[in-house]
Design a protein. Structure first.
Length: 155
């Protein structure tokens, strides 16, 4: 369960880098075309691991929505502060997306490795205990709730 928790956590924490890159580029937070590509690729990779396409789509929609929540919160903060461009903003295509792809694979493998536990009603308390320790909680409690929603709600 720990690798699954870490993958979700790292993906959510990476939303800060995505936000900085989009802020500098004055790009919109929502990119439905890119989101569809991410979900389609995750479904393809995850079904090859024996995961349900519906569950994969649910999990990745939740991860994407959580990321957008973090980005919206940061954009609101930066707008209020009249923040300029970030000197340390990463390149979205060259740096951030490859890391997101790596985390997608890690998350899918962890879902497959923990499928029995995640689907066992008697183990929901165990799953909840492991998932509650997300480091990203301090970043955005709402985003963490969104990211965890497919893994034994309520959080």
């Amino acid at each position: 369960m720990e690798p699954l928790r870490l993958a979700i956590d790292q993906r959510l924490l990476l939303a800060q880098a995505v936000a900085r890159a989009k802020w500098n580029a004055q790009a919109p937070i929502e990119d439905l075309g890119r989101e569809a590509q991410v979900i389609q690729a995750a479904v393809k990779e995850g079904t090859a691991l024996g995961l349900s396409s519906v569950w994969i789509e649910t999990v990745f929609r939740a991860q994407i929505e959580a990321s957008k929540t973090v980005q919206r919160e940061l954009f609101a903060q930066w707008s209020a502060q009249h923040a300029g461009k970030f000197d340390d903003a990463p390149d979205l295509a060259k740096t951030v997306r490859p890391e997101l792809d790596r985390l997608t694979t890690q998350l899918l493998r962890s879902m497959a490795d923990n499928q029995a536990v995640l689907n066992d009603e008697a183990r929901k308390a165990d799953v909840a205990r492991v998932m509650r320790s997300l480091d990203a909680r301090a970043l955005s409690p709402q985003a963490v709730t969104q990211a965890l929603s497919p893994f034994s709600p309520p959080w």
